[in-house]
Design a protein around this ligand. Structure first.
Ligand code: AMP
Length: 323
């Protein structure tokens, strides 16, 4: 059993495990009540890789970008131990573009624009050198694309984790149902869990969703933390109460990178260790929201992560004597 406390946790990388990350690499334009960004680098797989590369190397990235994607961003990811062999660069095309606007409470947002560009015809190809990877993280993408990566792997990973969103439930539900049968852990937010299960109670929603395939389910609740379900067991993780949330974009992906990164680093996929992984994911997400885009994720070092995890341990640690 893996016990996560401030004395035992280290954010050291495990160089003997490998993780495949699939998802978008993008340009985002973000508006919050506090400001508006220019076109900045984002994308689900960018956030996942930036987060997971603190725990594991290599991160075997699968994505697609246009000729407009900055070379220095690719170089920065490489320097962090992200293998870009599976990232297709379409020189004469544009990268995926997404624009969103957050409301005052920062838990809800409107998508203002989605330009698929290179993502429209994306056919992911798993490089030979990625075969045999131990963990698979399928970031938010069309479920049929996510499924095609599972099918290309000759060895089943120890754990397959999938993130999705309401957009795919509305447009590609039958593809989503198919891929759900072939994964181990599903990560979604509370409104998506309700939509997918047609249940309002999150406990009932979790039971329905686990019947669809995944044995583990993480329901993210933004500033209210996250719930981990497995069978009849449930674990609750808080979110760090922050004075200021600057930009929540990528928080879910950063959570995913910390969650799967911790599991891969420790090579332990027990429910007990998944509880720790939810805390690590929450800690990583709490950094991501502190600045616009990926800025904060590029600044943090091992000591920052360790002290943030300690804060989380203290947040939920209490003594009680039961008579
Ligand atoms: P999150 O805030 O964790 O839900 O993720 C935000 C990231 O997802 C942004 O950086 C976007 O570039 C990316 N994104 C938004 N919509 C899509 C989509 N339909 N497919 C793939 N990636 C997307």
């Amino acid at each position: 059993m893996q016990i996560l406390n401030s004395a035992t946790f280290t954010a050291q990388k495990n160089p003997h495990m490998s993780l495949i990350v699939v998802g978008s690499m993008a340009f985002d334009q973000i508006e919050t009540p506090f400001g508006k960004s220019d076109r900045i680098v984002g994308g689900a797989a960018t956030y996942i890789a930036l987060s997971a590369s603190n725990f594991i190397s290599p991160v075997n990235q699968i994505s697609i970008v246009g000729g407009d994607f900055p070379q220095e961003e690719l170089d920065d990811l490489s320097a962090r131990g992200v293998n870009l062999e599976g990232v297709q660069i379409m020189k004469d095309q544009k990268s995926f573009f997404w624009a969103g606007r957050y409301h005052m409470d920062m838990n809800s947002r409107d998508t203002l624009d989605t330009q698929l560009n290179v993502l429209a015809d994306f056919v992911p190809v798993v490089p030979e050198s990625y075969q045999g990877s131990d963990f698979l993280m399928l970031g938010n993408l069309a479920p049929s694309i996510q499924h095609s990566v599972i099918r290309q792997l000759r060895k089943k990973p120890m754990l397959t984790v999938l993130d999705t969103m309401n957009f795919w439930m509305e447009s590609s539900m039958s593809d989503l149902e198919k891929v759900l049968k072939d994964i181990d852990v599903l990560l979604i937010n509370d409104s998506e869990a309700r939509q997918l299960s047609a249940q309002y109670s999150l406990v009932r929603a979790a039971k329905e969703i686990m019947k669809m395939g995944p044995k583990y389910l993480v329901i993210k609740k933004g500033e209210h933390g996250a719930l981990l379900f497995h069978g009849d067991a449930v674990f609750v993780a808080p979110a760090l109460p922050l004075e200021e949330v600057f930009d929540p974009t990528g928080a879910g992906d950063t959570f995913a990178g910390g969650f799967v990164g911790h599991l891969a680093r420790t090579k332990d996929i027990s429910f007990e260790n998944m509880k720790s992984a939810v805390i690590v994911g929450s800690a990583m997400a709490s950094f991501s929201v502190e600045k616009f885009g990926t800025t904060r994720m590029k600044e943090i070092v091992r000591e920052d992560i360790e002290s943030r995890i300690r804060q989380f341990v203290d947040l939920v640690n209490f003594d009680i004597t039961l008579i």
